[in-house]
Structure formats: C-alpha cells, structure tokens
Design a binder for this molecule. Sequence first.
Ligand code: C5P
Length: 221
Amino acid sequence: LSDGPLTGKRVLVTSGPTHEPIDPVRYIANRSSGAQGVALARALASRGAEVVFVTGPASVAPPAGVAVVPVETACDMLAAVEAALPVDAAIFAAAVADWRVTSASDRKLKKSKDGLPVLEFAENPDILKAVSNLEQGRPSLVVGFAAETNDVLDNATAKRLRKGCDWIVANDVSEGTGIMGGSENAVTLISEAGAESWPRMAKSEVAAQLADRIATELSGS
Ligand code: C5P
C-alpha cells in the first residue's frame, strides 16, 4: 500500500456496467466503460486507501493495488457491496442496470414460428440508496454519480436528496459530449453546501481531485 492522506481508510468503489442475462448467451448491458471508476480507485489507492473495487464486466482493466471483486449483475453487485462493509467511504461509480429480466431462460432462446420472445422485467435493487440509508454502519461519506442527458443540475440535486447520499458527481452524457466511453469528463460536484462545476478535464484528473476532496472529508473522522 502507498502511504498518503488516506492511509488507514477503507474505501469501496463500484464501477463498470452490469450485465443482466436474457438466456445463457445474451444479456442487457449499457455503454459504461468503467474508466472513471478505475481512475478513482487508482487515485484513492495511490493516496494510501485500502480500496475494495467491485466491478461489473468493464472494458478498462482494474488498477493494481486494489482488491478486485468481479460481478455480473446488479444483484451480485449488491451482495458484494454488503460483504465489503464496513468502509469509511463508498463511491458508487457503476452504471447499474435499472431492470433485470425475470423471465431469463436456462436455455438459449430459439427462433420459433410461435412468435417472438416476451421479456419480463423486475426493478433492480438501488445499491447507492440502500447504503446511504443504512441505520447501522453507514459509511462516513457516500458518493453517487449521476449521468444525465438534460437538466443536469436540477436532476442531480434532486437525485442527491432522493438517494440520501452526501455527494453527487453529476455529468452530462448527452450525445456529442463524448464523455461516456471517452477519456475526459466535465462534472458538477453537488453536496449539502451547493453545486460546484469543474472544467472539462481528463478522467484521471477528475479522479485525482475527487480523491483529494475525499481525503479532506475523511480526515476529520
Ligand atoms: O438513479 P441513477 O441510476 O441515475 O443513479 C445513479 C447513481 O446510483 C450512481 O452512483 C450509481 O452507481 C447508483 N446506482 C446504484 N444502484 C442502482 C442504480 C444506481 O448503486 N441500482
């Protein structure tokens, strides 16, 4: 472990997309690369934190020096997060699927003259909300991300209250920004104190600045 301002702090980071199976060979996913989560885990570890990195099937490899817990579905991710507690801070950078297929088949679905398959969905657990609302063992700092395509500030401010987390890191992922899957990010950090818009910068730089802010926040606890 590196020595630094987060030495002695245990931090959980979720990252990547989740995959929700339809049958053994098909799944529902999203465009998250896991890049911002990987950058954050790296920045936290390099400042001395003991990092538990719970990641869905991402296209960016996890950083060295963190405890990697690979998961597939949102339900797996919730179980891995619960197993990682207690932590001093929990950062939820994963793009968790909102729904899972309840009618998932054990066998590969086949084309049939009887018609098209019908998928049934159930809502996935909201991991950020669950951890934010823990009555016992809530991390001192809970941070969520908000990928929005419109009314970023209003939506993210409402999301902070709805989820019960301390900070929301909001970003505009609308088409043309190149943010989802890209190497840069433009974020607004929303806390009880208000909203702070940061200039567009490399995801590694967003991670470095967030890790510094997290270290400052935890230094009192
Ligand atoms: O509600 P929405 O998905 O936009 O919220 C985004 C934030 O909530 C992210 O921090 C994401 O990691 C977290 N989240 C979660 N579990 C879910 C859905 C979102 O932890 N099922």
